[in-house]
Design a protein around this ligand. Structure first.
Ligand code: CO
Length: 214
């Protein structure tokens, strides 16, 4: 485990050496352009790095991470990343990947104060409120927490589907597909929640923008 800044710099040199051993042309090939097929929206948690857990090489995944993998429509950072990924890189798949044991989701479940973070956590509390009846029915707190993590991912997928320029892409063709995944810190495995969408049909009517091609 890296503990110091020097560890990171040394680690970088080691990584370059190992990478070149496997592919002497690696950096030459990647230095001119990128054409990732995936956009990853994940949690900032240090234990859930997109490329490592999918055994994918640099160049494979365009990434946006924040606390509890939220899609907030006033977050111009996230929306800019999504816009670039969809409109310029033309990624075929967007993956929202949450993780069991997420500290942000846990915090949002509680009534504790977390200072400035409380404002961010409100977005997750809104997810709880939407599914309050179903969640409150789960008496086992650990199971309720796990389900809340899953529901949060599903809601963020819906939030992406509400974005007008994503719907614009769907009007024009098949892509992008939006996937809902949850990663387990306990066994390192990704669970696909099976909710894969490439249309606005699962959204309430008010969120469906007029099809530009009709
Ligand atoms: Co997390």
């Amino acid at each position: 485990m890296a503990e110091t800044i020097k560890d990171l710099i040394n680690g970088n040199v080691t990584w370059v050496r190992n990478t070149l051993k496997h592919d002497p042309d690696f950096f030459n090939k990647l230095s001119t352009s990128q054409s990732p097929k995936f956009l990853w929206i994940g949690c900032s948690d240090s234990r859930v790095p997109a490329t490592e857990i999918t055994n994918a090489l640099p160049g494979s995944i365009f990434v946006q991470r924040n606390i509890a993998n939220l899609v907030v429509h006033t977050d111009s950072n996230l929306l800019s990343v999504v816009y670039y990924a969809v409109k310029v890189l033309k990624v075929k798949h967007i993956i929202v990947c949450g993780h069991y044991g997420c500290g942000g989701v846990k915090a949002a479940m509680s009534n504790d104060r977390f200072g400035f973070l409380d404002n961010w956590l409100l977005h997750i509390k809104d997810v709880y409120r939407k599914h309050e009846a179903a969640l409150d029915e789960i008496k086992d707190e650990e199971k309720r927490f796990d389900r809340f993590v899953e529901l949060n991912v599903l809601e963020q997928v819906r939030n992406l589907a509400k974005v007008s320029f994503i719907q614009e892409e769907w009007d024009a063709g098949e892509f992008p597909y939006i996937h809902s995944w949850v990663y387990s810190l306990k066994d390192g495995l990704i669970r696909d929640l099976g909710d894969k969408i490439n249309s606005n049909s699962s959204l309430e009517g008010v969120y469906r923008f007029n099809n530009l091609n009709k």
